[in-house]
Ligand binder design. Structure first.
Ligand code: BYC
Length: 341
Protein backbone atom coordinates (compact mmCIF):
# COMPACT_ATOMS: atom_id res chain seq x y z
CA UNK A 1 0.00 0.00 0.00
CA UNK A 2 1.03 3.63 -0.05
CA UNK A 3 3.51 4.97 2.42
CA UNK A 4 3.00 8.00 4.63
CA UNK A 5 6.78 8.36 4.75
CA UNK A 6 8.02 11.86 4.00
CA UNK A 7 11.53 10.66 3.17
CA UNK A 8 11.02 10.69 -0.59
CA UNK A 9 14.39 11.48 -2.21
CA UNK A 10 14.76 14.92 -3.74
CA UNK A 11 15.57 15.35 -7.39
CA UNK A 12 18.85 16.94 -6.25
CA UNK A 13 20.65 16.99 -9.57
CA UNK A 14 17.73 18.38 -11.53
CA UNK A 15 17.16 21.07 -8.88
CA UNK A 16 20.77 22.22 -8.88
CA UNK A 17 20.59 22.80 -12.61
CA UNK A 18 17.65 25.18 -12.29
CA UNK A 19 18.66 28.50 -10.84
CA UNK A 20 16.35 30.92 -12.60
CA UNK A 21 14.88 33.68 -10.42
CA UNK A 22 13.04 36.87 -11.45
CA UNK A 23 15.25 39.93 -11.83
CA UNK A 24 15.28 42.10 -8.66
CA UNK A 25 14.02 45.68 -9.00
CA UNK A 26 16.08 47.50 -6.37
CA UNK A 27 18.97 46.97 -3.93
CA UNK A 28 16.49 46.42 -1.08
CA UNK A 29 14.54 43.94 -3.11
CA UNK A 30 17.75 42.24 -4.21
CA UNK A 31 18.61 41.70 -0.56
CA UNK A 32 15.15 40.25 0.13
CA UNK A 33 15.43 38.03 -2.93
CA UNK A 34 18.85 36.83 -1.74
CA UNK A 35 17.47 35.88 1.67
CA UNK A 36 14.51 34.15 0.04
CA UNK A 37 16.80 32.16 -2.27
CA UNK A 38 19.05 31.20 0.64
CA UNK A 39 16.09 29.91 2.60
CA UNK A 40 14.85 27.89 -0.38
CA UNK A 41 18.36 26.50 -0.97
CA UNK A 42 18.58 25.50 2.71
CA UNK A 43 15.23 23.70 2.33
CA UNK A 44 13.61 26.14 4.79
CA UNK A 45 9.95 27.09 4.92
CA UNK A 46 8.41 30.31 3.63
CA UNK A 47 5.60 31.62 5.85
CA UNK A 48 2.76 34.05 4.94
CA UNK A 49 4.42 37.15 6.45
CA UNK A 50 7.79 36.50 4.82
CA UNK A 51 8.83 38.42 1.73
CA UNK A 52 8.42 36.35 -1.40
CA UNK A 53 8.78 37.07 -5.13
CA UNK A 54 5.49 37.92 -6.79
CA UNK A 55 5.87 35.01 -9.21
CA UNK A 56 6.27 32.56 -6.27
CA UNK A 57 3.07 33.92 -4.73
CA UNK A 58 1.21 33.64 -8.04
CA UNK A 59 2.43 30.10 -8.69
CA UNK A 60 1.25 29.00 -5.27
CA UNK A 61 -2.16 30.66 -5.62
CA UNK A 62 -2.53 28.94 -9.00
CA UNK A 63 -1.56 25.49 -7.77
CA UNK A 64 -3.26 25.59 -4.35
CA UNK A 65 -6.52 27.00 -5.72
CA UNK A 66 -6.57 24.42 -8.54
CA UNK A 67 -5.98 21.78 -5.92
CA UNK A 68 -8.82 23.14 -3.74
CA UNK A 69 -11.14 23.25 -6.75
CA UNK A 70 -10.27 19.60 -7.51
CA UNK A 71 -11.28 18.60 -4.00
CA UNK A 72 -14.69 20.25 -4.12
CA UNK A 73 -15.46 19.25 -7.72
CA UNK A 74 -14.26 15.77 -6.74
CA UNK A 75 -17.17 15.62 -4.28
CA UNK A 76 -19.67 15.65 -7.16
CA UNK A 77 -19.20 12.29 -8.92
CA UNK A 78 -19.09 10.48 -5.57
CA UNK A 79 -21.93 12.54 -4.12
CA UNK A 80 -24.09 11.24 -6.97
CA UNK A 81 -23.73 7.70 -5.62
CA UNK A 82 -24.58 8.31 -1.95
CA UNK A 83 -28.27 7.58 -2.52
CA UNK A 84 -27.39 4.46 -4.55
CA UNK A 85 -24.83 2.86 -2.21
CA UNK A 86 -25.50 -0.90 -1.95
CA UNK A 87 -25.56 -1.05 1.88
CA UNK A 88 -25.78 1.19 4.95
CA UNK A 89 -22.10 0.53 5.67
CA UNK A 90 -21.00 1.62 2.18
CA UNK A 91 -23.28 4.66 2.34
CA UNK A 92 -21.80 5.78 5.69
CA UNK A 93 -18.25 5.35 4.34
CA UNK A 94 -19.05 7.28 1.16
CA UNK A 95 -20.71 10.14 3.06
CA UNK A 96 -17.63 10.39 5.31
CA UNK A 97 -15.31 10.40 2.29
CA UNK A 98 -17.25 13.11 0.47
CA UNK A 99 -17.25 15.22 3.65
CA UNK A 100 -13.48 14.74 3.93
CA UNK A 101 -13.06 16.06 0.37
CA UNK A 102 -15.05 19.17 1.32
CA UNK A 103 -12.75 19.57 4.33
CA UNK A 104 -9.67 19.28 2.10
CA UNK A 105 -11.07 22.05 -0.06
CA UNK A 106 -11.46 24.23 3.05
CA UNK A 107 -7.88 23.64 4.27
CA UNK A 108 -6.57 24.43 0.81
CA UNK A 109 -8.65 27.57 0.22
CA UNK A 110 -7.51 28.76 3.67
CA UNK A 111 -3.87 28.08 2.74
CA UNK A 112 -4.30 30.03 -0.52
CA UNK A 113 -5.99 32.92 1.33
CA UNK A 114 -2.78 33.44 3.35
CA UNK A 115 -1.24 34.55 0.03
CA UNK A 116 -3.66 37.48 -0.26
CA UNK A 117 -6.28 36.05 -2.61
CA UNK A 118 -9.85 35.87 -1.32
CA UNK A 119 -11.98 32.75 -1.45
CA UNK A 120 -14.54 34.67 -3.51
CA UNK A 121 -11.89 35.46 -6.12
CA UNK A 122 -10.84 31.83 -6.31
CA UNK A 123 -14.42 30.57 -6.56
CA UNK A 124 -15.19 33.16 -9.25
CA UNK A 125 -12.31 31.68 -11.24
CA UNK A 126 -13.76 28.18 -10.88
CA UNK A 127 -17.36 29.13 -11.57
CA UNK A 128 -16.54 31.22 -14.62
CA UNK A 129 -14.59 28.31 -16.12
CA UNK A 130 -11.27 30.20 -16.04
CA UNK A 131 -9.62 28.12 -13.32
CA UNK A 132 -8.52 24.54 -13.79
CA UNK A 133 -9.31 21.52 -11.64
CA UNK A 134 -8.21 17.90 -12.00
CA UNK A 135 -9.06 16.37 -15.39
CA UNK A 136 -10.16 13.14 -13.69
CA UNK A 137 -13.50 14.52 -12.52
CA UNK A 138 -14.72 15.22 -16.03
CA UNK A 139 -15.55 11.58 -16.71
CA UNK A 140 -18.84 9.88 -15.83
CA UNK A 141 -19.23 7.44 -12.94
CA UNK A 142 -21.31 4.68 -14.49
CA UNK A 143 -21.50 1.97 -11.84
CA UNK A 144 -20.95 1.35 -8.14
CA UNK A 145 -17.54 -0.15 -9.03
CA UNK A 146 -16.49 3.34 -10.12
CA UNK A 147 -16.67 4.38 -6.45
CA UNK A 148 -14.20 1.68 -5.53
CA UNK A 149 -11.95 2.51 -8.46
CA UNK A 150 -11.98 6.22 -7.61
CA UNK A 151 -10.81 5.31 -4.10
CA UNK A 152 -8.17 2.84 -5.24
CA UNK A 153 -6.79 4.56 -8.34
CA UNK A 154 -7.82 8.24 -8.19
CA UNK A 155 -7.06 8.68 -4.49
CA UNK A 156 -4.03 6.43 -4.96
CA UNK A 157 -2.69 8.78 -7.65
CA UNK A 158 -3.60 11.79 -5.53
CA UNK A 159 -1.61 10.45 -2.54
CA UNK A 160 1.39 9.71 -4.73
CA UNK A 161 1.33 13.33 -5.91
CA UNK A 162 0.56 14.82 -2.50
CA UNK A 163 3.06 13.08 -0.19
CA UNK A 164 5.94 15.13 -1.66
CA UNK A 165 3.79 18.27 -1.27
CA UNK A 166 3.97 17.73 2.52
CA UNK A 167 7.56 18.99 2.14
CA UNK A 168 6.65 21.91 -0.11
CA UNK A 169 8.49 25.16 0.68
CA UNK A 170 5.32 27.10 1.53
CA UNK A 171 4.44 26.35 5.16
CA UNK A 172 0.61 26.56 5.12
CA UNK A 173 0.36 24.36 2.01
CA UNK A 174 2.79 21.78 3.39
CA UNK A 175 0.97 21.60 6.73
CA UNK A 176 -2.44 21.27 5.07
CA UNK A 177 -1.10 18.40 2.99
CA UNK A 178 -0.04 16.35 6.02
CA UNK A 179 -3.63 16.02 7.18
CA UNK A 180 -5.01 15.64 3.65
CA UNK A 181 -2.61 12.74 2.98
CA UNK A 182 -3.65 10.90 6.14
CA UNK A 183 -7.29 11.11 5.09
CA UNK A 184 -6.54 10.22 1.46
CA UNK A 185 -4.80 7.10 2.68
CA UNK A 186 -8.06 5.97 4.32
CA UNK A 187 -9.91 6.83 1.09
CA UNK A 188 -7.56 4.71 -0.97
CA UNK A 189 -7.89 1.73 1.36
CA UNK A 190 -11.67 1.88 1.54
CA UNK A 191 -11.83 1.87 -2.28
CA UNK A 192 -9.49 -1.09 -2.55
CA UNK A 193 -11.40 -3.00 0.12
CA UNK A 194 -14.74 -2.33 -1.60
CA UNK A 195 -13.29 -3.75 -4.83
CA UNK A 196 -11.84 -6.81 -3.06
CA UNK A 197 -15.33 -7.59 -1.77
CA UNK A 198 -16.83 -7.18 -5.24
CA UNK A 199 -14.16 -9.41 -6.79
CA UNK A 200 -15.19 -12.18 -4.37
CA UNK A 201 -18.83 -11.76 -5.43
CA UNK A 202 -20.66 -12.71 -8.61
CA UNK A 203 -19.35 -12.78 -12.18
CA UNK A 204 -21.39 -9.65 -12.90
CA UNK A 205 -19.67 -7.82 -10.02
CA UNK A 206 -16.22 -8.86 -11.24
CA UNK A 207 -17.07 -7.62 -14.73
CA UNK A 208 -18.28 -4.34 -13.28
CA UNK A 209 -14.94 -3.85 -11.50
CA UNK A 210 -12.94 -4.72 -14.62
CA UNK A 211 -15.01 -2.32 -16.71
CA UNK A 212 -14.42 0.51 -14.22
CA UNK A 213 -10.67 -0.20 -14.18
CA UNK A 214 -10.62 -0.20 -18.00
CA UNK A 215 -12.31 3.20 -18.12
CA UNK A 216 -10.25 4.85 -15.37
CA UNK A 217 -6.70 3.49 -15.75
CA UNK A 218 -5.42 5.81 -18.49
CA UNK A 219 -7.22 8.86 -17.05
CA UNK A 220 -5.45 8.25 -13.74
CA UNK A 221 -2.04 8.14 -15.42
CA UNK A 222 -2.82 11.52 -17.01
CA UNK A 223 -3.68 13.03 -13.58
CA UNK A 224 0.05 13.56 -12.91
CA UNK A 225 0.15 16.20 -15.64
CA UNK A 226 1.92 16.42 -19.01
CA UNK A 227 5.26 14.70 -19.64
CA UNK A 228 8.18 16.55 -18.02
CA UNK A 229 9.38 17.79 -21.41
CA UNK A 230 5.99 19.48 -22.03
CA UNK A 231 5.39 20.79 -18.51
CA UNK A 232 5.82 24.58 -18.55
CA UNK A 233 5.60 25.03 -14.76
CA UNK A 234 7.88 22.22 -13.62
CA UNK A 235 11.28 23.92 -13.79
CA UNK A 236 10.34 26.91 -11.69
CA UNK A 237 8.15 24.91 -9.32
CA UNK A 238 11.07 22.57 -8.67
CA UNK A 239 13.50 25.44 -8.21
CA UNK A 240 11.21 26.91 -5.57
CA UNK A 241 10.79 23.65 -3.67
CA UNK A 242 7.08 23.46 -4.47
CA UNK A 243 7.45 20.47 -6.73
CA UNK A 244 9.73 17.78 -5.28
CA UNK A 245 9.25 14.96 -7.76
CA UNK A 246 8.56 15.40 -11.48
CA UNK A 247 5.28 14.50 -13.23
CA UNK A 248 6.86 11.54 -15.05
CA UNK A 249 8.67 10.21 -11.97
CA UNK A 250 5.45 10.31 -9.92
CA UNK A 251 3.56 8.60 -12.74
CA UNK A 252 6.18 5.84 -12.79
CA UNK A 253 5.99 5.42 -9.00
CA UNK A 254 2.22 5.10 -9.29
CA UNK A 255 2.44 2.43 -12.01
CA UNK A 256 5.07 0.47 -10.06
CA UNK A 257 2.97 0.56 -6.87
CA UNK A 258 -0.33 -0.25 -8.56
CA UNK A 259 0.53 -3.24 -10.78
CA UNK A 260 1.03 -5.65 -7.82
CA UNK A 261 -2.20 -4.35 -6.24
CA UNK A 262 -4.08 -5.14 -9.47
CA UNK A 263 -2.65 -8.67 -9.37
CA UNK A 264 -3.88 -9.22 -5.80
CA UNK A 265 -7.27 -7.83 -6.77
CA UNK A 266 -7.46 -10.09 -9.83
CA UNK A 267 -8.06 -7.40 -12.45
CA UNK A 268 -6.04 -6.71 -15.57
CA UNK A 269 -4.78 -3.24 -16.42
CA UNK A 270 -5.80 -2.23 -19.97
CA UNK A 271 -2.32 -1.75 -21.40
CA UNK A 272 -0.72 -4.40 -23.66
CA UNK A 273 2.64 -2.64 -23.28
CA UNK A 274 2.66 -2.89 -19.50
CA UNK A 275 5.58 -5.11 -18.50
CA UNK A 276 8.40 -5.25 -15.98
CA UNK A 277 11.67 -3.87 -17.30
CA UNK A 278 14.48 -5.59 -15.42
CA UNK A 279 17.13 -3.13 -16.63
CA UNK A 280 15.21 -0.05 -15.50
CA UNK A 281 13.81 -1.68 -12.36
CA UNK A 282 10.38 -0.28 -13.31
CA UNK A 283 7.29 -1.23 -15.29
CA UNK A 284 7.20 0.02 -18.88
CA UNK A 285 3.81 1.29 -19.96
CA UNK A 286 2.12 2.38 -23.19
CA UNK A 287 1.48 5.83 -24.66
CA UNK A 288 -0.97 8.18 -22.94
CA UNK A 289 -3.44 10.04 -25.15
CA UNK A 290 -2.33 13.61 -24.44
CA UNK A 291 -4.67 15.09 -27.07
CA UNK A 292 -7.60 13.75 -25.12
CA UNK A 293 -6.10 15.05 -21.87
CA UNK A 294 -5.79 18.61 -23.22
CA UNK A 295 -9.33 18.45 -24.64
CA UNK A 296 -10.60 17.67 -21.14
CA UNK A 297 -8.36 20.22 -19.40
CA UNK A 298 -9.56 22.87 -21.84
CA UNK A 299 -13.20 22.26 -20.95
CA UNK A 300 -14.30 19.73 -23.57
CA UNK A 301 -14.45 16.49 -21.60
CA UNK A 302 -17.61 14.39 -21.32
CA UNK A 303 -18.66 15.89 -17.97
CA UNK A 304 -17.04 19.36 -17.82
CA UNK A 305 -20.26 21.27 -18.40
CA UNK A 306 -22.33 19.21 -16.02
CA UNK A 307 -19.76 19.33 -13.20
CA UNK A 308 -19.43 23.09 -13.47
CA UNK A 309 -23.20 23.64 -13.65
CA UNK A 310 -23.76 21.44 -10.57
CA UNK A 311 -21.01 23.25 -8.69
CA UNK A 312 -22.42 26.71 -9.56
CA UNK A 313 -25.92 25.60 -8.53
CA UNK A 314 -24.61 24.28 -5.18
CA UNK A 315 -22.89 27.64 -4.61
CA UNK A 316 -26.02 29.62 -5.49
CA UNK A 317 -28.25 27.38 -3.37
CA UNK A 318 -25.91 27.96 -0.42
CA UNK A 319 -26.04 31.78 -0.68
CA UNK A 320 -28.54 32.05 2.19
CA UNK A 321 -26.14 30.19 4.52
CA UNK A 322 -23.31 32.59 3.74
CA UNK A 323 -25.67 35.60 4.12
CA UNK A 324 -26.86 34.28 7.48
CA UNK A 325 -23.27 33.75 8.69
CA UNK A 326 -22.32 37.32 7.69
CA UNK A 327 -25.48 38.75 9.36
CA UNK A 328 -24.66 36.81 12.53
CA UNK A 329 -21.05 38.01 12.55
CA UNK A 330 -22.24 41.63 12.05
CA UNK A 331 -24.67 41.29 14.93
CA UNK A 332 -21.92 39.93 17.21
CA UNK A 333 -19.64 42.79 16.21
CA UNK A 334 -22.32 45.42 16.95
CA UNK A 335 -22.97 43.81 20.35
CA UNK A 336 -19.27 43.80 21.18
CA UNK A 337 -18.98 47.49 20.20
CA UNK A 338 -22.01 48.39 22.30
CA UNK A 339 -20.74 46.64 25.39
CA UNK A 340 -17.28 48.21 24.96
CA UNK A 341 -18.75 51.74 24.63
N1 BYC B 1 -5.88 18.19 -14.68
O1 BYC B 1 3.31 22.48 -16.11
P1 BYC B 1 2.39 21.50 -15.47
C1 BYC B 1 -7.88 14.72 -5.44
C2 BYC B 1 -2.38 21.68 -16.00
S1 BYC B 1 -7.65 15.32 -7.01
C3 BYC B 1 -6.07 19.48 -15.04
O2 BYC B 1 2.92 20.14 -15.23
P2 BYC B 1 2.22 22.00 -12.62
C4 BYC B 1 -9.17 14.06 -5.14
C5 BYC B 1 -1.55 22.53 -15.02
O3 BYC B 1 -2.38 23.08 -14.01
C6 BYC B 1 -5.98 15.73 -7.24
N2 BYC B 1 -5.03 20.31 -15.35
O4 BYC B 1 1.79 22.16 -14.14
C7 BYC B 1 -10.26 14.85 -4.76
C8 BYC B 1 -0.97 23.56 -15.96
O5 BYC B 1 -1.94 24.55 -16.30
P3 BYC B 1 -1.77 26.12 -15.85
C9 BYC B 1 -5.73 17.19 -7.08
C10 BYC B 1 -3.78 19.80 -15.26
O6 BYC B 1 1.37 22.87 -11.78
C11 BYC B 1 -11.49 14.27 -4.55
C12 BYC B 1 -0.74 22.77 -17.23
O7 BYC B 1 -1.58 21.62 -17.16
N3 BYC B 1 -4.32 17.33 -6.80
O8 BYC B 1 -7.02 14.87 -4.65
O9 BYC B 1 3.70 22.14 -12.47
C13 BYC B 1 -11.66 12.88 -4.65
C14 BYC B 1 0.69 22.31 -17.38
O10 BYC B 1 1.06 21.38 -16.36
C15 BYC B 1 -3.54 18.48 -14.87
C16 BYC B 1 -3.64 18.43 -7.10
O11 BYC B 1 -4.12 19.38 -7.65
C17 BYC B 1 -4.65 17.65 -14.58
N4 BYC B 1 -4.53 16.36 -14.23
O12 BYC B 1 1.89 20.47 -12.30
C18 BYC B 1 -10.55 12.09 -4.97
C19 BYC B 1 -2.20 18.39 -6.66
N5 BYC B 1 -2.20 18.27 -14.89
O13 BYC B 1 -2.04 26.18 -14.38
C20 BYC B 1 -9.31 12.69 -5.20
C21 BYC B 1 -1.51 19.72 -6.68
C22 BYC B 1 -1.63 19.41 -15.26
O14 BYC B 1 -0.35 26.52 -16.15
N6 BYC B 1 -1.07 20.09 -8.02
N7 BYC B 1 -2.58 20.33 -15.51
O15 BYC B 1 -2.81 26.85 -16.64
C23 BYC B 1 0.07 19.64 -8.57
O16 BYC B 1 0.82 18.85 -7.99
C24 BYC B 1 0.46 20.21 -9.92
O17 BYC B 1 -0.26 21.41 -10.10
C25 BYC B 1 0.20 19.24 -11.09
C26 BYC B 1 0.57 19.97 -12.38
C27 BYC B 1 1.10 18.02 -10.95
C28 BYC B 1 -1.26 18.83 -11.17
Amino acid sequence: MYTQSFSVPDEGDKQAALKTVPKPQSAAEAELQKRFDERIDADGRIEPRDWMPEAYRKTLVRQISQHAHSEIVGMLPEGNWISRAPSLKRKAILIAKVQDEGGHGLYLYSAAETLGTSRDQMLDGLHSGKAKYSSIFNYPTLSWADMGVIGWLVDGAAIMNQIPLCRCSYGPYARAMVRVCKEESFHQRQGYEALLVMMKGSQAQREMVQDAVNRYWWKCLAMFGPPDADSPNSAQGTRWGIKRISNDDLRQKFVDATVPQAEVLGVSLPDPDLKWNEARGHYDYGAIDWDEFWQVVNGHGPMNRERLATRVKAHDDGAWVRDAAVAHADKQKQRALKSAA
